[in-house]
Write a protein that binds this ligand. Structure first.
Ligand code: ATR
Length: 271
């Protein structure tokens, strides 16, 4: 894992657990690389014989130009979080969309993303990956963000990349409460509701009882949004699974086995 700073990354716990579980040779390390040192730092990883790496803030965007090949999802997300090094070449992927979708499928394997619109709260990096995933599943999307312009830029860029597939409607942040009628999925991608952050204010009255509610915040594991949704009888999916599932494709590429996600691993990461 490369990033700056890197201290709080959970990825070494996840990958080293899988390395032991699946009896693979290797070690997953967290390496701090400052933004100005990215090129040299990555060259160092190639020289040292690493099979690849994950990237976090602030390297995800810069890796787009450093990689020799990019998967389509990394292109539409405008960010790389997983790199395979092969014969000195860098192959870039983004697995966050996969992580988001798999987390919901772990709850309901045949979840129908086309059954109605998905409302996405927030327009940062996480929203970008989640919207790319939802477009891939042909879900109509309603996007709302405090800064409307950021939502407009995101929608424009991502629908250009997705071609005809992407339908993103933008709603003003102040009108978010009224955007919930007839909705299939509600996802919070903002930092609101996280320990130490402001609360997420959204009235759930108009949300259909069957709508699934999920949050990328996993500290606390059951956010106020998820608690309120649960009380209203909605199916809920916590955010920790997205972190765990997004790690799986990288492990598969480096070690040749698709690892699984378990309650044990979830508890280990949350400890
Ligand atoms: P990430 O890359 O993890 O998604 P980010 O790019 O910092 O993080 O995005 C944070 C998101 O939370 C943004 O959508 C941000 O809204 P703005 O684009 O208007 O900044 C949203 N957010 C953060 N604090 C907020 C607040 N107090 N009210 C509403 N939205 C907030």
């Amino acid at each position: 894992m490369i990033g700056h700073p890197i201290g709080h990354s959970k990825s070494p716990i996840i990958h080293n657990y899988w390395i032991a579980k699946y009896e693979r040779a290797g070690l997953y390390e967290a390496i701090d690389i400052a933004p100005d040192d990215l090129h040299d730092g990555v060259q160092g990883l190639i020289k040292d014989g690493y099979a690849g790496f994950n990237a976090t803030i602030p390297h995800k965007e810069a890796l787009l130009t450093l990689c020799d090949t990019l998967d389509p999802i990394a292109k539409s997300c405008g960010a790389v979080n997983t790199v395979v090094i092969r014969d000195g070449y860098l192959h870039g992927y983004n697995t966050d969309a996969f992580g988001f979708l798999e987390n919901i499928r772990a709850y309901k394997p045949d979840f129908d993303f086309t059954a109605g619109p998905a409302v996405v709260l927030g327009a940062g990096g996480a929203a970008r990956a989640i919207i790319a995933g939802l477009i891939n599943e042909n879900a109509p999307i309603i996007l709302t963000n405090r800064t409307r312009e950021k939502a407009e830029i995101l929608a424009r860029e991502i629908t250009q990349n997705a071609g005809q597939g992407g339908a993103v409607t933008i709603v003003d942040w102040k009108d978010r409460h009224n955007a919930l009628s007839g909705v299939n999925v509600l996802v919070n991608t903002t930092s609101l509701g996280m320990v130490g952050q402001a609360a997420l204010e959204i009235a759930l009255d108009q949300l259909p009882q069957t709508a699934l509610v999920t949050d990328i915040v996993y500290s606390p594991l059951e956010t106020d949004l998820l608690k309120r949704a649960k009380e209203r009888g909605h199916p809920i999916v916590t955010g920790i699974g997205m972190l765990l599932h997004q790690a799986r494709p990288g492990f598969e590429k480096w070690h040749g086995v698709m690892p699984d996600v378990s309650k044990f691993l979830e508890d280990l990461v949350l400890k």
